[in-house]
Design a protein around this ligand. Structure first.
Ligand SMILES: Nc1ncnc2c1ncn2[C@@H]1O[C@H](COP(=O)(O)OP(=O)(O)O)[C@@H](O)[C@H]1O
Ligand SMILES: N[C@@H](CC(=O)OP(=O)(O)O)C(=O)O
Length: 449
C-alpha cells in the first residue's frame, strides 16, 4: 500500500485536480491520499492558507471569504459538482468565526486547517461522484492527536495505535494534511508546509510500503532550483541527507516529516504531479545507499542569530553551560547549534523565536548570572549546509568547499565538521549565503576538479 501526498501546487486548480485523480487511478496501491490546501496557480497568486490567515484576522470582511470560496468553486465547477454537495463545505468556511476557541492562537490554527479540511472533503466528493470508494478521514474524530502547540504541533504516540484501524484495502482514504486534534480537543496545525508531516504519520500508522510525495518539481535537486538553473536531480539519497538539507532550506520536503518515515523505515519517493512518469527522487535508509557523488546537495538558511560568549578558563568551569541552558529553558528558547572553543561559545538560534524585548532580557540575565568577559549578539547569521554520505573518508573536501568562497571574498564565521558525519556546516553573513551556495554547487557539480 502506498500513501500519496499532494502539495498545494498540485491542487491549485481544477486542471491540477484532474492530474491528481489520474495519478490516484493509475495505481490501485495508492489508497491513502493526503492533501494540502490549494496553493499558488502562478507566482503572483496567494495560497489559500495565507488567505485563511487574513480571514482569521478580519473575520467580518466578506471579500476574503468570497476570495477563498472562489478557489474551491473553480475546482468544483471543473468537475461539475452539484451545488447541494458543496453547500455544507461553504457553510463550514462561513461559520468559522462563530465557533468557540480557547484563545486567538487556536482560532487562527482552526482557520488555517480548514484550507486542507475543505480541500480533502472536496476531493472526496469528486472521487465519489466518479464512483470511486473514497472516504474522508477526519483528523479530529479519528484520533490524529497532537501536542497543544497551536501552530507547531507534534504528533503524539497514541495516534499510531488508532491509525492501524483505518487499514482498508477497499477504500481510498482522503486525509487533510497539516493538522490534528490537540490533547485539549482543539485543532492544532503543524508548522508551515506541514502536510508532508501528515503524509509521513499516515505512512507509518498504516504501515505503507512507500510514501509518495507529489510536488511541482521533477526531483529533489542538488541545490535549490531558484538559485541555480537546471541543477542536477538527485536520484537516490538517504533519509539523513534529506533531513539535513530540508532543515537548511530544501523546502520541497518538510524536515520534521522525515522522522515517522525513518522510525518505520518507509522509503519516500518525491515526484512531480505534472510529470508523474519521471522517477523523481527516492529517499532510503543508509543500508540501501551507495554514494555516486562526493556531496549530495548544498543548501542555505538565513533565519538565524548567534550569541557569542567569551570567558577565560571557560573550559575549566564546571556548570557554565548548564546555567546557560537553564536560562534558555526559562525563556522557552531552543537552540540550533553550539560550536565552542577553549574560552568561547557560540550559540546559534532560530531568529523567529525572539519577539519584543525577549532577547534583551535573556542577554541581561546571562550577563548577570554568568559574567562573561564578552557577550555579543549577531543578528546577521546564515548557515550553509554541505551534505553527502560520500564525503565521509574523503580527503580534501573542506578545501574544495572553502576555496571558491575565498575567491568570492566570502568570510566564514564558523565551520562545524564532525558532529554530523555526513555534513559540513558553515556560518556566513546572510547577504553572502546564496552566492556561497552557488559557488559550492559549481565546485562540486560543474568544475572538472
Ligand atoms: N533542492 C530542491 N529541490 C527541489 N525543489 C526545491 C529545492 N529547494 C527548494 N525547492 C522548492 O520547493 C518547491 C516545492 O515545495 P513546495 O512549494 O512546498 O511544494 P508543494 O506545493 O508541492 O508542497 C519547488 O517548487 C522548489 O522551488
Ligand atoms: N497549506 C499549508 C500546509 C502545506 O503543507 O502546504 P504545501 O503542501 O502547499 O507546502 C501551508 O501552506 O503551509
Amino acid at each position: 500500500m502506498k500513501v500519496v501526498k499532494f502539495g498545494g501546487s498540485s491542487l491549485a486548480s481544477g486542471a491540477q485536480f484532474q492530474k491528481v485523480i489520474e495519478i490516484i487511478n493509475a495505481d490501485p496501491d495508492r489508497r491513502v491520499v493526503v492533501v494540502s490546501a490549494p496553493g499558488k496557480r502562478n507566482d503572483a497568486d496567494t495560497k489559500v492558507t495565507d488567505l485563511l490567515i487574513k480571514y482569521a484576522k478580519h473575520p467580518d470582511r466578506k471579500t476574503i471569504v468570497e476570495e477563498i470560496w472562489a478557489r474551491y468553486q473553480e475546482i468544483a465547477d471543473f468537475f461539475q459538482v452539484p451545488a447541494e454537495l458543496l453547500q455544507p463545505l461553504k457553510s463550514e468556511l462561513e461559520n468559522l468565526p462563530q465557533q468557540n476557541y480557547s484563545n486567538s492562537d487556536f482560532l487562527l490554527a482552526a482557520f488555517k486547517a480548514h484550507g486542507e479540511k475543505i480541500n480533502a472533503q472536496l476531493l472526496t466528493i469528486i472521487l465519489q461522484e466518479q464512483n470511486k470508494p473514497a472516504e474522508f478521514f477526519d483528523p479530529e474524530k479519528s484520533g490524529l492527536i497532537v501536542t497543544n502547540n497551536p501552530h507547531d504541533a507534534h504528533v503524539l504516540p497514541q495516534t499510531y495505535d488508532r491509525l492501524a484501524d483505518f487499514q482498508n484495502p477497499n477504500k481510498i482514504l482522503v486525509v487533510p494534511g497539516f493538522y490534528g486534534r490537540s490533547e485539549d480537543g482543539e485543532i492544532a496545525t503543524f508548522s508551515r508546509g506541514g502536510s508532508d508531516i501528515t503524509g509521513a504519520i499516515m505512512a507509518k500508522g498504516l504501515h505503507a510500503d512507500l510514501y509518495e510525495n507529489f510536488t511541482d518539481v521533477d526531483a529533489v535537486f542538488a541545490v535549490n532550483p531558484q538559485l541555480v538553473k537546471n541543477p542536477i536531480p538527485i536520484k537516490l539519497m538517504t533519509y539523513r541527507e534529506l533531513r539535513e538539507l530540508s532543515y537548511t532550506g530544501f523546502s520541497v520536503f518538510h524536515d520534521e516529516a522525515l522522522i515517522p518515515t525513518i522510525e518505520a523505515q518507509i522509503p519516500i519517493n518525491v515526484k512531480n504531479t505534472n510529470h508523474p512518469d519521471l522517477p523523481g527522487t527516492l529517499v532510503v535508509p543508509e543500508k540501501d545507499f551507495k554514494p555516486q557523488h562526493t556531496i549530495t546537495g548544498v543548501a542555505s538558511s538565513k533565519h538565524f542569530s548567534a550569541l557569542y560568549l567569551h570567558r577565560y578558563m571557560l573550559n575549566k568551569e564546571v556548570g557554565f553551560t548548564l546555567k546557560l541552558l537553564e536560562i534558555f529553558y526559562k525563556y522557552n528558547i531552543s537552540y540550533e547549534h553550539m560550536p565552542s572553543g577553549i574560552d568561547d561559545l557560540t550559540v546559534i538560534f532560530d531568529q523567529n523565536q525572539f519577539n519584543g524585548d525577549l532577547r534583551e532580557q535573556m542577554c541581561e540575565e546571562i550577563r548577570a548570572t554568568l559574567g562573561p568577559d564578552r557577550l555579543e549578539w549577531i543578528d546577521d547569521y546564515a548557515i550553509i549546509m554541505v551534505v553527502g554520505e560520500g564525503m565521509r573518508n574523503k580527503i580534501g573536501v573542506l578545501k574544495r568547499i572553502v576555496d571558491p568562497l575565498a575567491q568570492a571574498n566570502i568570510g566564514i564565521h564558523m565551520i562545524n565538521q564532525g558532529a554530523s558525519r555526513i555534513s559540513i556546516m558553515l556560518g556566513t553573513k546572510q547577504a553572502d549565503a546564496s552566492t556561497a551556495v552557488k559557488k559550492i554547487y559549481q565546485q562540486f557539480f560543474e568544475s572538472k576538479e
